[in-house]
Design a protein around this ligand. Structure first.
Ligand SMILES: C[S@@+](CC[C@H](N)C(=O)[O-])C[C@H]1O[C@@H](n2cnc3c(N)ncnc32)[C@H](O)[C@@H]1O
Length: 343
């Protein structure tokens, strides 16, 4: 075993360099970004006295960082759970080396994630961070999510959501994916709709407040509101694009939150949040893939910044998108865009 540091936390992990779900302690350094964003988001929301539920805690790194890095008034209590046999022992060791003193507001449990959630009185923040699909944990999480709570969902089964395995997407997410350059945005919108449908059964309206796609995973934070009318409004924003979908047509971000996160971000996250901020201003589903358009129309690929300037001069909005290095999010039509590139 060796000790590593991430943020303000210290934890013990296996010496093994290959990340595998079979490891006695699961820690993936690539997901530091995911944890950094979660902390920034919670510190940027007005919510206080959170009752935090971490049903799939792994090494405990996320919760330990929450305890050490969230603002003072944020946490009322925090519950760590994982079904790995050594979980309690490992978590206690990690508390010790991270200098966390246990008290009645730090609850530890070692059982199946669903049993753990259902046996509690509920949480105002639940983080579903599974291997693969979040599906097995959605019912219990949404049942136990408080009226105004926040649900964070990670999905690493992007091959299903992005259309490598179309039937897997139909089975798991009740939608037809799209296997082209838009696949990540379409995939995350399919995931969002699925989570919203599960919530609809419990008269809970879940709206995304911050969503992104990165490396091998999708991440979405939802705000919950109770009530049938609100749920009906959410479902009205589900629809098809040709044979693709159904998917979420609403916004992927709550703009004031993105603005706050950008303001509070440390320099390493600024570029990413700046890009999200500018694309969140444009209310369209999907983006134009400039490389694909130029390849198809046999045109030279223009420089992106001057192209966006010209689009704006014509009275449209334009932004880069974090979903693709070749994409421009804009409310301009394809025909008009092609005409600009030609000239
Ligand atoms: C991706 S890891 C979690 C990583 C952690 N949240 C972090 O930020 O580092 C998924 C964890 O879920 C646990 N797990 C998988 N299925 C479970 C279940 N049904 N009940 C409880 N824990 C489960 C695994 O043992 C593993 O530690």
């Amino acid at each position: 075993m060796k000790t590593i540091e991430e943020g303000k936390a210290k934890i013990r992990i296996s010496e093994e360099s290959k990340i595998s779900r079979k490891l006695p302690v699961f820690y993936n350094p690539v997901m530091k970004f995911n944890r950094d964003i979660s902390i920034l988001l919670l510190n940027s929301l007005p919510d206080k006295d959170l009752q935090i539920g971490l049903p799939l805690s792994g090494s405990g790194i996320r919760g330990i960082r929450f305890l050490l890095e969230l603002k003072k008034n944020k946490i009322k209590n925090i519950s760590f759970n994982d079904n790995k046999s050594d979980f309690v022992k490992i978590l206690n060791e990690n508390f010790k080396i991270s200098n966390i003193k246990k008290n009645k507001d730090i609850i530890i449990s070692n059982e199946d994630a669903n049993l753990f959630m259902l046996n509690t009185s509920g949480f105002s923040y639940i983080d579903i961070d599974p291997f693969g699909t979040p599906n097995p944990f959605l019912d219990a999480a949404i049942t136990r999510l408080s009226r105004e709570g926040i649900l964070a969902v990670t999905a690493t089964d992007t091959s299903a959501l992005c259309g490598t395995y179309e039937n897997a997407c139909k089975r798991k997410y009740w939608a037809v994916p799209l296997r082209n350059e838009l696949k990540h945005e379409i995939g995350i919108r399919i995931l969002i709709r699925k989570v919203q449908l599960i919530a609809a059964q419990f008269d809970k309206a879940l709206t995304p407040i911050f969503s992104y796609s990165k490396e091998h995973y999708f991440r979405v934070f939802f705000r919950c509101k109770k009530g049938k009318t609100r749920v009906d409004k959410v479902i009205k924003k589900h629809g098809m694009i040709g044979k693709t979908g159904p998917l979420w047509f609403g916004s992927l971000w709550h703009k004031p939150l993105v603005k706050k996160m950008l303001k509070n971000a440390d320099p390493k996250l600024e570029k990413f949040l700046g890009m999200i901020m500018s694309e969140s201003e444009i209310n369209v589903v999907g983006f134009h893939d400039i490389h694909k358009i130029c390849e198809h129309k046999k045109l030279y690929v223009p420089k992106y910044e001057p192209l966006m300037e010209t689009i704006r001069k014509r009275g449209f909005q334009a932004s880069r998108t974090h979903f693709s290095d070749f994409g421009i999010r804009s409310n301009i039509s394809l025909n008009e865009l092609v005409e600009i590139i030609k000239n």
